[in-house]
Design a protein around this ligand. Structure first.
Ligand SMILES: CC(C)(COP(=O)(O)OP(=O)(O)OC[C@H]1O[C@@H](n2cnc3c(N)ncnc32)[C@H](O)[C@@H]1OP(=O)(O)O)[C@@H](O)C(=O)NCCC(=O)NCCS
Length: 208
């Protein structure tokens, strides 16, 4: 995997994701898939997926946005950064999202990730590889200590992705989110820097 034009171990905090990801000019390259940061010109494409209920599967919260709302959100100081998961020929197959968590009792900020793939592209290992690429990037390029994710208790595919990429299940968030007409239970998972241990896909940055 190659990260273009990125300053490693810069010590940058991740509170403002836009500032951090400004360092990332092009692609995060994996073996079967790459991650491409969503730019302003990609918004119409992403909006089509965003407003497509099938894209988000049965377990994600349903949100709808107009083009104007979507563009306005993109211009806000960024607490969210989206990547397209794309095949080596550039075909986009899904979205991987990073959220900066607002510090509460934590004395350090944390990050959360979420993802979704086109229905016909699921089950091919793409999400697992994409998460591994992103973990490598986030742990290598920042001082972040903890990255977390939620998965509906019935969402076995998402739970499996998190297990395969080294996340630990911490517990159940009871009726913590509302989707498709009901309050739902989800599992919360996290991976700590010590558990990530070393890059899985990204080459050692000192070798670059
Ligand atoms: C969750 C999702 C992103 C996973 O993407 P993916 O590219 O299919 O994931 P991968 O192929 O890397 O891995 C999926 C794993 O889940 C397993 N899996 C899939 N469906 C499963 C099920 N019903 N029960 C048990 N395991 C299941 C697969 O066998 C695979 O594990 P394996 O490699 O050990 O065989 C995809 O299913 C999706 O887009 N779902 C809809 C949106 C969604 O739910 N997003 C997550 C919100 S938290």
């Amino acid at each position: 995997m190659v990260i273009h034009q990125t300053s490693y171990r810069s010590g940058i905090g991740l509170c403002d994701l836009s500032q951090h990801f400004a360092l990332l000019a092009e692609l995060l390259e994996g073996k079967s898939v790459d991650l491409k940061i969503v730019e302003k010109e990609d918004l119409p494409y992403e909006l089509e997926w965003f407003n497509d209920l099938d894209f988000w599967g049965q377990y994600e919260r349903i949100e709808q946005a107009s083009k104007a709302e979507f563009e306005k959100d993109f211009e806000k100081p960024h607490r969210v950064k989206d990547f397209f998961i794309q095949k080596k020929d550039g075909t986009k197959v899904g979205i991987l999202r990073v959220f900066a968590l607002v510090p509460s009792m934590q004395d350090v900020f944390g990050l959360e990730i979420g993802y979704s793939l086109l229905a016909e592209e699921r089950g091919k290992g793409y999400c697992t590889e994409a998460v591994n690429i992103l973990l490598d990037f986030l742990f290598l390029s920042s001082t972040v200590f903890r990255i977390q994710a939620h998965a509906d208790v019935r969402n076995k595919a998402s739970q499996r992705v998190l297990e395969k990429t080294g996340f630990q299940k911490e517990g159940t968030i009871r009726k913590g989110y509302f989707a498709r007409g009901e309050r739902r239970d989800s599992f919360i998972y996290s991976i700590l820097r010590d558990e990530w241990k070393e890059p899985r896909i990204l080459e050692d940055p000192s070798q670059l």
